[in-house]
Design a protein around this ligand. Structure first.
Ligand code: CA
Ligand code: CA
Length: 201
């Protein structure tokens, strides 16, 4: 009997060790228990997802890059920033590209009024006059705590307006203290006119 008890104890310990990492997924580790971390990132093929930030000097505006690697994208440029932020930038002035971010409830972040989870968009380029050839669209968490779940980020070519495809678009994402970068090329036609990313918190 004692030997059998010991065997049961060993099996129980082994099961606990196996279950350990899976349990961690539900409550991400790190210094603060409630720190915002990304559980999963899905990027389309060829997007060149950059997980590490390489500082290149002072922050430059409207390039959707965290140039100084302080975890904030395009700060000090008149764009709103937040603990959640998705930014696209493209250099082809006439091309109309859209950043469509859907929150975990499936609601699209729009200009002027935030979604029920607090996401707001603050530019629509090149349509509104303030872009002046600096094409940037920015979606950020305007209020409240970030909702956990899956954020769908769609970068879409709306109109070429005479520009030559492909249109190179930079996407920057900030989630908590981490920033991600990637570049996509868009051209008219199914499969190439939009690229979808998913960030799961
Ligand atoms: Ca920065
Ligand atoms: Ca920048």
């Amino acid at each position: 009997m004692p030997r059998r008890h010991r065997l049961v104890a060993v099996i129980a310990l082994a099961s606990a060790a196996l279950l350990g990492p899976a349990a961690c997924l539900d409550a991400p580790g790190g210094p603060a228990k409630d720190a915002l971390s990304v559980r999963d990132v899905k990027a389309p093929e060829g997007a060149g997802l950059e997980l590490a930030c390489t500082p290149t000097g002072v922050e430059l505006c409207f390039d959707a890059r965290d140039n100084n690697c302080n975890g904030v994208i395009d700060e000090g440029c008149g764009l709103h920033t937040g603990i959640l932020q998705f930014v696209i930038a493209w250099e082809t002035a006439e091309a109309d590209v859209d950043l469509n971010v859907y929150d975990p409830a499936g609601e699209l972040a729009r200009l002027g009024e935030s979604t029920s989870t607090g996401l707001l968009k603050d530019r629509d380029c090149p349509r509104n006059g303030e872009c002046q050839g600096q094409n940037v669209e920015n979606v950020f968490l305007a209020e409240g705590e970030p909702r956990r779940g899956r954020y769908r980020v769609v970068v879409r070519l709306d109109k070429l307006n005479g520009a030559a495809p492909p249109i190179k678009v930079r996407l920057g994402a900030r989630v908590g203290q981490r920033s991600y970068g990637m570049t996509v090329e868009l051209a008219p036609g199914p499969g190439t006119e939009e690229k979808t990313f998913e960030f799961t918190l």
